[in-house]
Design a protein around this ligand. Structure first.
Ligand SMILES: [Zn+2]
Ligand SMILES: [Zn+2]
Length: 153
């Protein structure tokens, strides 16, 4: 019985489907950029010509259900994803939308805060720490734009 099921799962359609799934997961794992679905689609489309944006979304949903990918949240209107599923804080640029990991600060914060549920009876299911700001390329927001930027606008 088990053998029959395995053989069915290795049918050509399923194999093709899981190849796409592996490519999407591998890409999310390989980049520190916390990509969104559109970026994943744009990156893989040249390699997998019959890939659709819907397939990317469907597979991301699956990864989230099985816990291999977590959502970082919506940045500049697009949901972003992370294959590092252990809790760690993120730094988000409100200009260009780049997302960085801040693992060191997470440890320092937790050391300072302690674990509240230990003594209080409160139970934390998950925690999410996000810092927002502007990266060096986007500037502080106070500096006037360069002449070249003005021409572009
Ligand atoms: Zn930026
Ligand atoms: Zn991250």
């Amino acid at each position: 019985m088990i053998i029959i099921i395995i053989m069915r799962e290795q049918g050509p359609g399923v194999r093709k489907h899981s190849r796409k799934r592996e490519a999407i997961l591998e890409l999310i794992r390989s980049t520190p950029s916390h990509p969104g679905a559109q970026w994943i689609y744009d990156s893989l489309k040249p390699l997998i010509p019959d890939l659709s944006l819907g397939t990317v979304y469907r597979n991301i949903s699956l990864f989230r259900e099985e816990g291999s990918v977590v959502s970082v949240g919506v940045v500049n209107g697009e949901e972003r994803f992370d294959a590092v599923t252990s809790p760690h804080p993120h730094w988000v640029c409100e200009g260009c939308g780049r997302v960085l990991d801040l693992p060191r600060i997470e440890g320092e914060l937790l050391d300072r805060l302690g674990c509240p549920e230990r003594e209080s009876g409160y139970v934390t299911d998950f925690r999410k720490t996000v810092f927002y700001g502007r990266c060096p390329e986007c500037g502080s927001g106070d500096t006037p734009p360069e002449p070249s930027d003005l021409r572009v606008m």
